[in-house]
Structures are given as structure tokens and as C-alpha cells.
Ligand binder design. Structure first.
Ligand code: CP3
Length: 345
């Protein structure tokens, strides 16, 4: 059997048509997702129900035939497995018990003890590796330590990651201890996903862009490098996608410095710039603005073609610059896919 297109792109091959998947491809813009989520009761019950989590992972594959499926779970399951309380407030987002003192930190579990809570996620991966079409790549994922720490420290999502920056300034030893625990936990978590059948893993550093200068190197780049080195030591040949969102100029050289096989780009960088400065080192993923999935039309077609053409000279996985939003129109997703597949060399 020919190797899967995403795995070929991750090895550095420029394909005539880039393979496609979409961040948050299983989500609220799809009526079938909303129905399964209602059946599960709430979002976390869906994440921890292997049959239903596998079902929602498969829904966008059935509907659109994406080249990859991403495990349905959440980056905040790891802090929960480390002992933080986690719940979701409808219409607002996640809430966690906060970790801001040495006492809070001391109550966390060691990284080796996360697997009991996360066992249902590994079961979801096993079901998916059995049930996915044979040409679809299964992607596992985790949040990067800095991004996960921003939620653990603040107890919620924050516009500027203020509480995490404050802890970094006021008690750097504690801040670094939290990151260290997350590095170890992430290695454990991703390693088990790979053992269960994930063929590639992605690290989501959604808030990497708020780390500047040396902080970026210490708290976005260095943790990614350690996680990737350890995963590749345990699983030789495992491809890894890193997403230091809004890294801007710091995207340059990120793959080489961390050992990532692919860097995912947000839509704040121009594809022509990224082709010249980032794709020269290997595979890139991205980077259509997810707002086009709401607005559609000629602008969607033009921007999709522009991205395919800009990255045509090298390895590229087509994706959005960030997750698709609940107000997106499922027909615009089809228009994007048709446009990518029609824009061939
Ligand atoms: O991409 C996928 O389809 C895989 C599944 C996935 C989810 N979350 C499902 C989800 C992945 C990879 C994530 C990552 C994630 N989760 C990130 C990093 C990527 C990013 O988007 O920046 C972050 C920061 C989180 C934390 C999180 N989870 C927030 C802030 C929220 C609430 C915001 C929202 O969109 O409501 C979630 C909930 C969440 N995670 C949903 C989904 C499908 C929506 C939950 C629902 O059904 O109500």
C-alpha cells in the first residue's frame, strides 16, 4: 500500500495536491457533532467516552474525506489527570482549580500517575486506529507546557495570559516547576497515544505568541525540544507537528531548533513569507484564516488558491490558521477542499 499522503509530506515530499485536515474539524459547526455531544451529556463526558469520542472523530472523515483525523480530546485533560479540577461553563469556556502556590503544586500527581484518568483517551485512539479508512492518518495531540500552564495558573482562559506572566515574574522557580511537570506529563501522555496507534502527534502552543525574546526560547522552544527528543527516542521515526501559534519571526528556525518535522502556521503570517523563511527547513501546515469558513465565497477560493500556490514548491499540509468556529458553514469547508484539490500543479 502507498504511504499515506500526510506522512509523505511530513517526510519532506512536495505533493501535487497538498493533503488536508482542519483544526477542530470535529466540532459544533457540524450538526452530527452537536447530536453526539447532546447524547454524551457534556463536553468532558464526550472526551472520556471512547465510543462517542471515536464517533465524533470519524464524523468529519465520513462527511469530507479529510486526509487526517485528529483524536477527539482536549489539552486540559492532562492538568485534570495531574489532579486539577476541571469543568466547562457553557458559552464561556474552561475553568480549573488554580495552581499558584507551592502548596497547590505539591498536591499535583507525578507524571507517571496520569494514565488512570487518561485511559479512556488511549481507548479512543485504539478504536480509531481500527476504524479509520486505511489512507487516513491518525494524529494524537497535547497542549504545549506553556499554553497548558496558562490555564492551570489562571484557572481559565485569559486574553493576555496575565496570571501566568505574573507568576513567572514573581516566583520563577514555581513557574518552572509547573512547566517541568507538564513536560514530563506530556511525554507520558503522548507516548501512550502513540503506543495505542497515533501515527503522528501535534503540540498545540496556542499562546506561544505572548512569550517574547528569551522567554520564547526558554518556555516555548526548549520544552518542545525536550518533548520531541524524548518521544523520538522512545518511538523512532515518529513525526511531530509543532504549533507555536503567533510566533511571528520566531517561526523561522523553529523546526530545526526543536526537531519538529512540521511547523503549523497561524494566519497572521503571509504564506509567501512563510514559504521563503520557514518551509525552506521542511514541511509546513496551514494557514487559511478560519473566518473564511464563516464568510465563504470568492474570497475563500482566492485565499485558498493563494496558499496552495505559495507552498507548492515544498512539503505542505493544508489547514486553517486556527480552529474552525461554531458559526462556520459546513458547505464552506467543502468549497475549501474542492478548491485545494482543483488547484493542482
Ligand atoms: O482539533 C480537533 O478537532 C481535536 C480536538 C481538540 C479540541 N480542543 C476539542 C474541543 C483540540 C486539538 C483542542 C485543543 C485545545 N483545547 C486548545 C489548543 C488549540 C486552540 O484552539 O488554540 C485549547 C486552548 C483548548 C482549551 C479549550 N477547549 C477551550 C479554551 C475551549 C472552549 C472554547 C470553545 O471553543 O468553546 C475548549 C472546548 C473544546 N475543545 C471544544 C472542542 C470541540 C468545544 C466544546 C463543546 O463542544 O462545547
Amino acid at each position: 500500500m502507498a504511504e499515506k499522503t500526510i506522512l509523505r509530506a511530513l517526510k519532506g515530499e512536495a505533493l501535487p495536491t497538498p493533503p488536508i485536515w482542519m483544526m477542530r474539524q470535529a466540532g459544533r459547526y457540524l450538526p452530527e457533532y452537536r447530536a453526539t455531544r447532546a447524547q454524551a451529556g457534556d463536553f468532558l463526558s464526550l472526551c472520556y467516552n471512547p465510543e462517542l469520542a471515536a464517533e465524533v472523530t470519524l464524523q468529519p472523515i465520513r462527511r469530507y474525506g479529510f486526509d487526517a483525523a485528529i483524536l477527539f480530546a482536549d489539552i486540559l485533560l492532562l492538568p485534570q489527570a495531574l489532579g486539577a479540577d476541571l469543568w466547562f461553563v457553557t458559552g464561556e469556556g474552561p475553568r480549573l482549580s488554580t495552581i499558584t502556590t507551592q502548596g497547590d503544586f505539591d498536591a499535583l500527581k507525578p507524571a507517571s500517575e496520569v494514565h488512570d484518568v487518561l485511559a479512556p483517551v488511549y481507548e479512543t485512539v485504539k478504536i480509531l486506529s481500527r476504524e479509520l479508512p486505511k489512507d487516513t492518518t491518525l494524529i494524537g495531540f497535547a497542549g504545549a507546557p506553556w499554553t497548558v500552564a496558562t490555564y492551570m495558573i489562571a484557572g481559565r482562559g485569559t486574553p493576555d495570559q496575565g496570571p501566568a506572566h505574573a507568576l513567572k515574574a514573581e516566583n520563577r522557580a514555581l513557574f518552572e516547576a509547573i512547566l517541568e511537570r507538564l513536560v514530563e506529563g506530556t511525554i507520558e501522555y503522548l507516548s501512550k497515544q502513540v503506543e495505542a496507534g497515533a501515527e503522528c502527534v501535534k503540540l498545540f502552543d496556542s499562546w506561544a505568541g505572548s512569550l517574547k525574546g528569551e522567554d520564547f526560547d526558554r518556555y516555548a522552544l526548549a520544552p518542545a525540544k525536550r518533548i520531541i527528543a524524548e518521544l523520538k527516542a522512545r518511538h523512532p521515526g515518529l513525526p511531530v507537528i509543532a504549533f507555536p501559534r503567533e510566533a511571528g519571526e520566531k517561526y523561522v528556525g523553529f523546526a530545526k531548533a526543536t526537531g519538529a518535522d512540521c511547523v503549523a502556521l497561524d494566519n497572521s503570517v503571509a504564506p509567501e513569507w512563510a514559504a521563503a523563511n520557514v518551509q525552506i527547513d521542511g514541511c509546513v501546515q496551514g494557514n487559511l484564516a478560519s473566518s473564511h469558513m464563516v464568510t465563504g465565497g470568492e474570497a475563500l477560493v482566492r485565499e485558498t488558491q493563494r496558499i496552495v500556490e505559495a507552498f507548492r514548491g515544498g512539503p505542505h499540509i493544508f489547514n486553517l490558521g486556527h480552529g474552525i468556529t461554531p458559526d462556520a458553514d459546513p458547505e464552506n469547508v467543502q468549497l475549501m477542499i474542492d478548491t485545494v484539490r482543483a488547484t493542482r500543479a
